[in-house]
Design a protein around this ligand. Sequence first.
Ligand code: BYC
Length: 316
Amino acid sequence: MENMKNIEELQRKFQEKIDNDIRIEPNDWMPEDYRQTLIRQISQHAHSEIVGMLPEGNWITRAPNLRRKAVLLAKVQDEAGHGLYLYSACETLGADREETIDDLHSGKAKYSSIFNYPTLTWADMGAIGWLVDGAAIMNQVPLCRCSYGPYARAMVRVCKEESFHQRQGFEIISKLAQGTPVQKEMAQDALNRFWWPALMMFGPNDAESKHTKQSMDWKIKRFTNDELRQQFVDVTVPQAEMIGLTVPDKDLKFNEETGHYEFGEIDWTEFWEVVKGNGPCNHDRIETRRAAKENGAWVREAANAYAAKKKMRKTA
Ligand code: BYC
């Protein structure tokens, strides 16, 4: 009885903090479901950053000039950094980093569907920066106000870097769109292939999203999947028009009354197939990550041996 009362009191204090927009910190009491929801979302987010290095990493050796190569290299390194902050944020909730990564490698854990599409041409580097990082910013800026402190703070830096990424992508795609007819065709083809997968990044429709309601109540999510998707479309369509590219959606039209673009139906069958592991690159992405872990085993062993030796010397 005493224990029940205690939990009710903790629950009340937790809710009071949420209601007053006071951050929940790692040592604060939190409901187990809140903790598990955060571990799920933050670890999936971390995996997305890490797997997200692969499609662009594929073009580092083939960037068209030194400047482009240096910028792309820096961007891919930033994604690695984002993954590491996020794994750390996840550890503050009591998750074991190695187990989390093993879940990715065994196919148990999800990561963003977008990274299961191939990068076929240099224009895809433009499309990814512009659309994928653009969608990531739209989703992540509100996460800077997430109720869990370490996640919210990690997002502040991540968003600053993502906006540089978005701009570098937009610069690549707009240069190509203003280039030779072949370059313009390449830019249009990249937009055609990445437009719909970028819209899918925001997750299922609100009616199908099983976590949104609870995550909004806990102020983990501040907007629904459909609200963010709409914001992204509203911002991105005029950018495409400005650089002379056509968004591949015959149903796209601006509604003067609502002030929003109406857009066509997303192919949800394709989305769920990719999420289930049946996208064009799912197998390849996971195999690459697994191989990276195996090939790096000697580095971890050497680092551990060095740390142990240092400790022994200190205690001797
Ligand atoms: N792909 O109830 P829902 C980046 C899953 S950017 C795969 O709406 P929630 C980067 C969802 O996990 C990308 N799975 O869930 C950019 C759930 O499955 P579980 C990463 C998806 O959590 C450039 C189920 O579907 N960004 O990193 O309320 C370069 C039902 O969905 C997807 C983030 O992770 C998807 N697109 O909302 C490099 C942002 N969508 O867990 C890197 C943080 C949904 O029940 N995450 N699912 O098995 C979020 O904001 C939210 O988790 C989501 C989904 C909006 C993604």
